[in-house]
Design a binder for this molecule. Structure first.
Ligand code: S3P
Length: 428
């Protein structure tokens, strides 16, 4: 296990382009595999999670070439996958595990899949239930509602599913299964989760409509290969946004960041906390809006974060907790019980480690209460192998007195292998 030691930092300055969006990178491989022709993916995120998706699709018979700047996915159409010769390994990736299950539920073969120790604890009933309603044969091999899973492909039926959770992984698993169903499939969520599947499937030629919190898909489209330019990942940009905000005298430019409104909650919350963020050169690629973001250090104040905004910043809540620790006044995070079933229990891990740094914070059933403004001091941080926790505490370390040691720092490879290098670049 690698440790990294960080000191209090002076101002961050300069510009960087964060790596490609993790959610969009996964989908480009998956949808490319199910399309006719060669899908060309640029700015693909070569993080461990997306490499797990590549590995799984190669085992399902798809040729995927990794060039310096491009990934080429040789699609075989909706019905071109073949049975893998061994259990699929989804690594640490919830997106790979849940989305691929929707596809595998409809294949004319049986697949087993599993992932690392974190994946084997994450809830899979949330996809097993709707997929079973569609006629899928999907079981948890240890009968604990988690991976390993055995999926025996079946003819599926369209359903109208009302989901209890706002989860793009659940929604996407059902929509992908819906590609193979014998009628229209629709999913209604309590709040709109990220809509990258809807945008990209539509670009590939699927017949898919969104209305309010409901998405519907027609079966058996012919999907056509596309060029996909993956925007910079706002979830990765979030660490630098927060770092620039909490370190005095900072001014950084983040190039080419995806600002899809189902993902931009971090920006809206940062602005509500008093952040200075300027959007420059806006553009749109394949339906995904992109901008350069100019971020300057700012005096932050506490806010309440709850309700429909939560799915739009769910992965950023750990670093938002760090921003709140450095903000004056109280920040309340509610309606975020999903944090407990991410790569780690992110309520528990954030509370434990921020307490160790001297923060006044308490965990609640569905969030955290952070009484900000107390100076923090360095500490030894157990990342619990959770990439977003390790990067959040790298940000906390920059404005804390003394030295912070982040244990298990190599987990940043999951979504941002060059994170510590890019952070250093901005400290010069
Ligand atoms: C993701 C959806 C989110 C997010 C995860 C990636 C996706 O999970 O936390 O990091 O790519 O669809 P849920 O939609 O299950 O909350």
């Amino acid at each position: 296990m690698a440790n990294i030691t960080l000191q209090k930092a002076s101002a961050l300055r300069g510009e960087i382009a964060v790596p490609g969006d993790k959610s969009i990178s996964h989908r480009a491989i998956m949808f490319g595999a199910l399309s006719e022709g060669i899908t060309e993916v640029s700015h693909f995120l070569k993080g461990a999670d997306c490499l797990s998706t590549i590995d799984c699709f190669r085992r399902l018979g798809i040729t995927i070439e990794e060039k310096e700047e491009l990934i080429l996915v040789h699609g075989k159409g909706l019905h071109g996958l073949k049975a893998p010769d061994r259990m699929l390994d989804t690594g640490n990736s919830g997106t790979t595990t849940r989305l691929i299950s929707g596809i595998l539920a409809a294949q004319p073969f049986t697949t087993e899949l599993t992932g690392d120790s974190s994946i084997q604890k994450r809830p899979m009933k949330r996809i097993m239930e709707p997929l079973s309603m569609m006629g899928a044969d999907i079981v948890s091999i240890r009968d604990n509602g988690c991976a390993p899973l055995r999926i025996c492909g079946k003819q599926l039926h369209g359903i109208d599913y009302i989901s209890k959770v706002a989860s793009a992984q659940v929604k996407s698993a059902i929509l992908l299964a819906g590609l193979y169903a014998d009628g229209i499939t629709s999913v209604t969520e309590p709040a709109v989760s990220r809509n990258h599947s809807e945008i990209m499937l539509s670009c590939f030629g699927a017949d898919i409509q969104s209305q309010g919190n409901t998405v519907s898909i027609h079966p058996e489209p012919v999907l056509h290969a596309r060029k996909v330019i993956v925007p910079g990942d706002i979830s990765s940009a979030a660490y630098f946004i927060a770092a620039a905000l909490v370190t005095d005298g900072s001014e950084i430019l983040l190039k080419n960041v995806g600002i899809n409104p189902t993902r931009d909650g971090i920006l809206r919350v940062a602005e509500a906390m008093g952040a200075s963020i300027t959007y420059l050169s806006r553009s749109d690629d394949g339906g995904e809006p992109v901008a350069d973001l100019l971020v300057r250090s700012s005096a932050l104040h506490g806010v309440t974060i709850e309700g429909e905004i939560i799915p739009t910043l769910i992965d950023e809540l750990p670093v938002i907790a760090v921003m709140a620790a450095y903000a004056e006044g109280t920040t309340v995070i509610k309606d975020a019980a999903e944090l407990k079933v991410k790569e780690s229990n992110r309520i528990d891990v954030m509370v434990t480690n921020l307490l160790a740094m001297g923060c006044d914070i308490e965990g609640t059933e569905d969030g955290m209460i952070i009484r900000g403004g107390k100076p923090l001091h360095g500490s030894v941080i157990d990342s619990r192998a959770d990439h977003r926790v390790a990067m959040s505490f790298a940000v906390a370390a920059l404005a804390a007195e003394g030295e912070t040691v982040i244990q298990g720092s190599e987990c940043v490879d999951i979504s941002y292998p060059e994170f510590f290098k890019d952070l250093k670049k901005l400290q010069k």
